[in-house]
Structures are given as structure tokens and as C-alpha cells.
Design a protein around this ligand. Sequence first.
Ligand SMILES: *[C@@H]1O[C@H](CO)[C@@H](O)[C@H](O)[C@H]1NC(C)=O
Ligand SMILES: *[C@@H]1O[C@H](CO)[C@@H](O)[C@H](O)[C@H]1NC(C)=O
Ligand SMILES: *[C@@H]1O[C@H](CO)[C@@H](O)[C@H](O)[C@H]1NC(C)=O
Ligand SMILES: *[C@@H]1O[C@H](CO)[C@@H](O)[C@H](O)[C@H]1NC(C)=O
Ligand SMILES: *[C@@H]1O[C@H](CO)[C@@H](O)[C@H](O)[C@H]1NC(C)=O
Ligand SMILES: *[C@@H]1O[C@H](CO)[C@@H](O)[C@H](O)[C@H]1NC(C)=O
Ligand SMILES: *[C@@H]1O[C@H](CO)[C@@H](O)[C@H](O)[C@H]1NC(C)=O
Ligand SMILES: *[C@@H]1O[C@H](CO)[C@@H](O)[C@H](O)[C@H]1NC(C)=O
Ligand SMILES: *[C@@H]1O[C@H](CO)[C@@H](O)[C@H](O)[C@H]1NC(C)=O
Ligand SMILES: *[C@@H]1O[C@H](CO)[C@@H](O)[C@H](O)[C@H]1NC(C)=O
Ligand SMILES: *[C@@H]1O[C@H](CO)[C@@H](O)[C@H](O)[C@H]1NC(C)=O
Ligand SMILES: *[C@@H]1O[C@H](CO)[C@@H](O)[C@H](O)[C@H]1NC(C)=O
Ligand SMILES: [Cu+2]
Length: 578
Amino acid sequence: MAMWGLHYLLVAFLITITYGINAESAGITRHYTFHIQLKNITRLCKTKSIVAVNGKFPGPKVTAREGDNLQIKVVNHVSNNISIHWHGIRQLRSGWADGPSYVTQCPIQTGQSYVYNFTIIGQRGTLWWHAHIQWMRATVYGPLIILPKLHQHYPFPKPYKQVPIIFGEWFNADPQAVVQQALQTGAGPNASDAHTFNGLPGPLYNCSTKDTYKLVVKPGKTYLLRLINAALDDELFFTIANHTLTVVEADASYVKPFQTNIVLLGPGQTTNVLLKTKPIYPNATFYMLARPYFTAQGTIDNTTVAGILKYHHKPTSNHFNSSKNLPVINPSLPPINSTSYAANFTKMFRSLANSRFPANVPKIVDKKFFFTVGLGTNPCPKNQTCQGPTNTTKFAAAINNVTFILPNTTSLLQSYFSGMSKKVFTTNFPSAPVFPFNYTGVPPNNTMVSGGTKVVVLKYNTTVELVLQGTSILGIEAHPIHLHGYNFYVVGQGFGNFDPTRDPKQYNLVDPVERNTINVPSGGWVAIRFLADNPGVWFMHCHIEIHLSWGLTMAWVVLDGDLPNQKLPPPPSDFPTC
Ligand SMILES: *[C@@H]1O[C@H](CO)[C@@H](O)[C@H](O)[C@H]1NC(C)=O
Ligand SMILES: *[C@@H]1O[C@H](CO)[C@@H](O)[C@H](O)[C@H]1NC(C)=O
Ligand SMILES: *[C@@H]1O[C@H](CO)[C@@H](O)[C@H](O)[C@H]1NC(C)=O
Ligand SMILES: *[C@@H]1O[C@H](CO)[C@@H](O)[C@H](O)[C@H]1NC(C)=O
Ligand SMILES: *[C@@H]1O[C@H](CO)[C@@H](O)[C@H](O)[C@H]1NC(C)=O
Ligand SMILES: *[C@@H]1O[C@H](CO)[C@@H](O)[C@H](O)[C@H]1NC(C)=O
Ligand SMILES: *[C@@H]1O[C@H](CO)[C@@H](O)[C@H](O)[C@H]1NC(C)=O
Ligand SMILES: *[C@@H]1O[C@H](CO)[C@@H](O)[C@H](O)[C@H]1NC(C)=O
Ligand SMILES: *[C@@H]1O[C@H](CO)[C@@H](O)[C@H](O)[C@H]1NC(C)=O
Ligand SMILES: *[C@@H]1O[C@H](CO)[C@@H](O)[C@H](O)[C@H]1NC(C)=O
Ligand SMILES: *[C@@H]1O[C@H](CO)[C@@H](O)[C@H](O)[C@H]1NC(C)=O
Ligand SMILES: *[C@@H]1O[C@H](CO)[C@@H](O)[C@H](O)[C@H]1NC(C)=O
Ligand SMILES: [Cu+2]
């Protein structure tokens, strides 16, 4: 086993770099190999076997530059099926490499491999990669850093160092068993046991002090922290005691810089912040903390992960004595249910919208959609007692009352591309609720949802406006909605029910933030716009994993355009089969 581990590690480090024809503008090809293997790991005094990549947890950092081609070979050595999603990568005409199982591909089976081959066009910033099948992403995730093209600068002062901090959620149990039990009984899933920074829960948990993330800094420098929320189900507030953060990027799009002490990230979201360290060595160390934002009913892991920000002491001073005796300063976070903080924070984001980074917001809308997002119920099977909201129901979730059912013998994209889609999905996903109700008022008595594999078909280059309306069915809560294959502009948001006459007058069409994952506010709505210029089948789902498991997802089919460079090429030869 040790020999194999070493072998895989060596392969992982063997990153070949081939120069393209014009290295400066076209970028280069970077090769990575991901070996999906089991790894024994100890956290909170319990040793367990997890699925990991190249023996690392969190998984390896993938680094590329804007314009580069990535070829990542994923080899599956475990008994679970696997597929990897490159979260936030637009996958322009490379939908075969997007990764969600049964949406764009069949999963990679045990002993099989697949090369994800895609080029990063017009994007730079912090993204991440994760497994996209069941709850495998609980342990299979890592950063995906896109640096600007060579000789191009950040639109902010060059940081002294850049540090990815990826937030996770740790389960003592097997996460796959947690979701299977929830789906079987119809109950909410058991809560996780810890939150983590770069896989480490930190000193506020029992038996965890040695597993503490430490960020050691020098005074008077600017650090770029690349924050990624890879937690399965939890939105997280993040803060560092006595330090102000300057937000400069969200979901790999630059934003107008603003200062804050506390940032909020929904699962799937990334945020770059500048941390300016104190000009002289302080007589203290500082906790960085993350803890959930949560407004729903039900149980949640409300525990706090702590890491330590520590100043690197002058070589002349007695390093060990001085740093050991320093007090640790504890920051404060908003109450767990502070929707007010969440709303204020979300409003701060504006895109740069300058000549170098314009905001190409669609001004004329071809197609408008109004989708409700929220929970609901499915009936309990006849001979079973369930643990949903009642003993005759199971928890479910839906968009416009459709709880999505994935195919299991092919993917949506394959069936579409081969002209066999009629056997797999229908194209009648409702563009608005069939039965309108007071979405944020008293919920309807009938909470049942309706199952289906339904999509919306869009012609190439359609401009789309989508209003996502949260519902109060079985409690109000925020839903971080993630769209594959696109970035969108967040043109409006508010509480209560969306008002189609009043609210569009308040839209920001000048400098709205551009993102791939947006929180539908708890008890509110958000409006987004995008240009459907990427042919393929694109999943859109809540990034709270249990909501996705309950069916809070749908797919857009974007047709080919007329020109050759507006068409999706055929799948690669090693494309997985079911
Ligand atoms: C994990 O530990 C178990 C029990 O000690 C052992 O049998 C197994 O080989 C280990 N697996 C790995 C991948 O090291
Ligand atoms: C990767 O994709 C590019 C562009 O689509 C193609 O030219 C190349 O042959 C592909 N390489 C592999 C190894 O699949
Ligand atoms: C931390 O902030 C508190 C409150 O603003 C202040 O009283 C204290 O002096 C600060 N300590 C350090 C070491 O910066
Ligand atoms: C730090 O503590 C030392 C020893 O207590 C003291 O001499 C020094 O002035 C303190 N420095 C600051 C910045 O508070
Ligand atoms: C966390 O949740 C538990 C169980 O619901 C509760 O007893 C506890 O007070 C909560 N802790 C915090 C810090 O909110
Ligand atoms: C947040 O929770 C506290 C304690 O449970 C409660 O008193 C308060 O009303 C809640 N606030 C909101 C905005 O729901
Ligand atoms: C949010 O902003 C409003 C209006 O500026 C303010 O009244 C409120 O206190 C803020 N809430 C928080 C938690 O900062
Ligand atoms: C009743 O439930 C069991 C397991 O829960 C299942 O194996 C069996 O097929 C079910 N019977 C019917 C008639 O649905
Ligand atoms: C289900 O709940 C109802 C109403 O609370 C109760 O009367 C019934 O006994 C329960 N059934 C089972 C099998 O627990
Ligand atoms: C596969 O999907 C079909 C159609 O939705 C369903 O009837 C069947 O139970 C599924 N099979 C498995 C193994 O999940
Ligand atoms: C919807 O429900 C809210 C909250 O109960 C209420 O204030 C509002 O008047 C209702 N709207 C309509 C149109 O009934
Ligand atoms: C959702 O669909 C179910 C099943 O068809 C139906 O009973 C329910 O009334 C629908 N709910 C809404 C809000 O449309
Ligand atoms: Cu959700």
C-alpha cells in the first residue's frame, strides 16, 4: 500500500507543461492526474477511511493561467462511481468536461479513467473542483486557481503572498451513509461534526488542537486570501479578529473593493479578500473563525471552526517563548440567523464595470422565467413509516414544484447529443409556477411536489432573465443557486414576493456583480440575467447538497448556433459509459 501511495504521489507531482503555438496569448496545456483512492485519516480522535485524491485531503491545488488548456486525467481506484466538476469554469463548447453525473456524463466507474479536457477562456480568479455525484464531494474537493495571463496585473496591488483557505464540513460518519439514510427515511440528514479550514477543525473541538490551520504572516504586508466554501450544506460567516478584510473578487469575477470584518459564503461560492497585516508585530495572535448562517427549521451543525493568524517573529527575538505566551484574541460573529447581516453584506458586491473588465449585462431580454425554489414533500411508500415533516411524508425540494429525477442509464447531454432525448427528458419545464400562491406568506396546505425530468430549451444567444423566488414551504431559508456553464449578473434582489411591476425599476444594469452561485435570500427573491452563448446541457441547482439530493435542480438545454464555432463538438473517445 505504501509503495502504491508513493507511486501515485510522484505521478501527481509530474505535471508536464507543453507550450502552445503562441504561449503568451493562447496559453499552454497543463496535465494533471487525479487518482481517486481511499485514505485513512484521523480527525476529532476518530480514524476513518475517506475517498480522497492523490492521498491528499483536501485534494491537490490545480493552478493554471487564463487561456491555458487543462487536461486532467481522473483514475477511479475506489468502489464508488465518481465524476469531477470544475466549479465555475465556463466550459465554452466543452460541456463534455463539466462533470455532473448523469447530467453531462455517466460517472467514471471503478478501474476506469477519463481525461477532462478544457480551455479556460476569459476567466481568472479563485474557483474549485469537487466530486459531482451523491455526497462524494464531502471529501473530494480542492482549489482551482486561475492566475491572470502572463504580464497581466490584478486590478489591485500585487499581494505579497496568496493563500487558499477552503472551508469544509467533517462527518465522523460516512457522508454517503448519511444521505442514504436521509433519503430512505425521508428525514433531514444527520448534522456534520465539525467545520474545517483546509481540512482542519481547530482547537474549539474536542481532541482537535493539533489539527489547527495556522496562517503565519509578516507585518506590513498584503495577503490575498482565496476563500472557498466547500461545505456540503452550510453557509458560513468568516472573520479574523482585529483585522479588516478588503473584498476584491467573487466567484472568479473582480468586484469593486469594499471593506468588511465578516464575509459570508454560501456553499459553492468563492471570495478573494486582501488581508493587510499590522505594521508592527502585535503582542497577540488572532483567531479566524467560521460558523453557519442558518434560518431554517431542523438541526444543523452550529459548531465553530477556528484557525490562528500568527505573526512570524523577528529571528532575533525568542521565538518559542514569545509566541507561546501571546494571548489569542477572539472575534465575534453575527447571530446564526442574522438575515439582516446577510442582506447588507450581499448588497455590497458590484462588478468593476470598467473598460478592462466591462459588465456585459443583457439590456434586452428575450426570455423571462420565474422559478420558485424551496422545500416540499413526497409521499411515504405505502408499507413504510417515514420521518419527514409527518410520518406519511418524506422531505423533498423543487423548482416550480418539479422535483428533478436524474436519468440513471445515460446523461442528459449524451441523450440530447445523440438525438435520443425523448426517451430521457421532456422540454416542458414550467417557465412560471403553474399554481401561483403567496410564496413568502402562509404556505399551501398541500406541500407535495411533482417528480420529473424536465428541461428548458433555449436557442443559441438568447438573453435570459430569471427571477428565483424563495418559498416558505416547510420553513424559510436561503438557497445558494449555482448555474453550470455560465456566469450571470445579479440585477436585483429583495425580501417578500417579487413584484413584476415595481421591482424591475430598481434593477442595477450598470455594475451588477457577476457570479456563478447566488443566494436566494431567506424569504426573498433574486433576479439574474445571462446570455445563452454556450451550447450544451447545463445543470442549475441549489448548492446545499441535501437540497440537491431532494431534487432542487433543473437543466437548461442550449442549442447550437448556426456557425461552426457555435456548436458543441462530439464527445471525446474516452467518454465514460453507464
Ligand atoms: C486503513 O486502515 C485499515 C485498518 O487499519 C487498513 O486495513 C487499510 O489498509 C488502511 N488503508 C489505507 C488506504 O491505508
Ligand atoms: C483536448 O481538446 C482539444 C480541443 O478540443 C483537442 O484538440 C485535443 O485533441 C484534446 N486532447 C485530448 C487529449 O483529448
Ligand atoms: C484588538 O481589538 C480590540 C478591540 O478593538 C482592541 O481593544 C485591542 O487592543 C486589539 N488588540 C490588538 C493586539 O490588536
Ligand atoms: C509587547 O509586550 C512587551 C513585553 O510585555 C512590551 O515591552 C511591548 O511594549 C509590547 N508591545 C506592544 C506593541 O504592545
Ligand atoms: C447549537 O445547537 C445545539 C443543539 O441544537 C444547541 O443546544 C446549542 O445551544 C447551539 N449552540 C450555539 C452556539 O448556538
Ligand atoms: C434569531 O434567533 C434568536 C434566538 O433563537 C431569536 O430570538 C431571534 O428572533 C431570531 N432572529 C431572527 C431575525 O429570526
Ligand atoms: C443592515 O443595514 C441596515 C440599514 O443600513 C441597518 O439598520 C442594520 O443594522 C444592518 N444590519 C446589520 C446586522 O448590520
Ligand atoms: C415494502 O418495503 C420493503 C422494504 O422497506 C420492500 O423490500 C418491499 O418491496 C416493499 N413492499 C411493497 C409491496 O412495496
Ligand atoms: C403516524 O402519526 C399519526 C399522527 O401523529 C399517528 O396517529 C400514527 O400512529 C403514526 N403512525 C406510526 C406508524 O407511527
Ligand atoms: C432508474 O431510473 C428509473 C426511471 O426513473 C427508475 O424507475 C429506476 O428505479 C432507477 N433505477 C435505479 C437503480 O435507481
Ligand atoms: C402574503 O403573505 C404576507 C405574510 O403573511 C402578507 O403580509 C401579504 O399581505 C400576503 N400577500 C398577499 C398578496 O396576500
Ligand atoms: C405540486 O404538485 C403536486 C403533485 O402534482 C400537487 O399536488 C401540488 O398541488 C402542487 N403544488 C403547487 C404549489 O403547485
Ligand atoms: Cu437550497
